[in-house]
Design a protein around this ligand. Structure first.
Ligand code: CP
Length: 285
């Protein structure tokens, strides 16, 4: 059994092998997961992650028990996370878990008889988002993820996708990080990578950026700050740069930018399906 709780659970070789299989397979259908069942157990809202796992199972012949709204499950009667996980482990081969409390995926893994995949735990991590984010950079950068100038903007304190992605990109030489946020939403000091520059103003760094990673302010975690990048600011980006966002977006990127060749945030979701198809096969088949 192999849980995926953190980016730390995936070695470099494993990730490159998964990406290479994802490029070979893309979203081709198969029956590799016939008779296998996945539980989607989501204690927080999700559009992309839950649907992407659902699609990745079904495209490979598997089935899904969708518990996307725990209000309609026995959690509302007071059932503990552990009991719910032990229950679903008796009827499925893998559990994809999203939960508002950081560390809850580890609690689930302690009692689960089937693999747990972390689909986001509070302010903690979102490792499968990092698989697709890293893939997006790899796929658009001649299959390399080193020697990049990466600018991350938004709620860097509460956003879990940035924490997981920084863990991955910090493994590779020459990567430099610019963190742009108001002070109260700054990247946690204890996790700052060596090559990091912190600023409150995007205009200080946008013209020297290869990858712009834009994030939403996490109002559900108490953050209170709105921001929008303007088309004028986005046009300061180098022509070969890419713009990513884990989505959903609120006001961060104007829709007018969506057709710009640098905008990769809708491609990210397609790549997520490719990566999750390979991941599920590795973990369940
Ligand atoms: N990127 C992401 O996790 O999106 P959802 O919240 O819609 O799953």
């Amino acid at each position: 059994m192999q849980h995926l709780l953190s980016v730390d659970d995936m070695k470099e070789n494993y990730i490159f092998d998964l990406w290479s299989k994802a490029i070979d397979q893309k979203d081709n259908y198969s029956n590799a997961l016939k008779n296998k069942i996945l539980t989607n157990l989501f204690y927080e809202p999700s559009t992309r992650t839950s649907s992407s796992f659902y699609s990745a199972m079904v495209r490979q012949g598997g089935s899904v028990i969708p518990i996307n709204n725990v209000k309609f499950s026995s959690a509302i009667k007071g059932e503990s996370l552990e009991d719910t996980v032990m229950t679903m482990a008796t009827m499925s081969d893998c559990i994809v878990l999203r939960h508002p409390v950081t560390g809850s995926v580890a609690k689930a893994a302690n009692v689960s008889k089937v693999p747990i995949i972390n689909a986001g735990d509070g302010e903690g991590e979102h490792p499968t988002q990092t698989l697709l984010d890293g893939f997006t950079i790899f796929y658009n950068n001649n299959e390399k993820i080193d020697n990049l100038r990466i600018t991350m903007i938004g709620d860097l304190r509460n956003g879990r996708t940035v924490k997981s992605l920084v863990k991955l990109l910090s493994r590779y030489s020459g990567n430099h990080f610019n963190f742009v946020s108001p002070k109260e939403l700054s990247f946690p000091k204890e996790s700052l990578p060596k090559n990091a520059f912190e600023t409150t103003k995007i205009n200080n760094v946008i013209s020297e950026t290869d990858v712009l990673y834009v994030t939403r302010v996490q109002t559900e975690r108490g953050s209170d700050h709105k921001y929008s990048l303007s088309l004028e600011q986005l046009n300061l980006l180098p022509k070969k740069s890419i713009v990513m966002h884990p989505l959903p977006r609120v006001s961060e990127i104007p829709r007018e930018f969506d057709n710009d060749p640098r905008a990769k945030y809708f491609d990210q979701m397609r790549y997520g399906l490719w990566c999750r198809m390979v991941l599920l096969k590795d973990i369940i088949a």
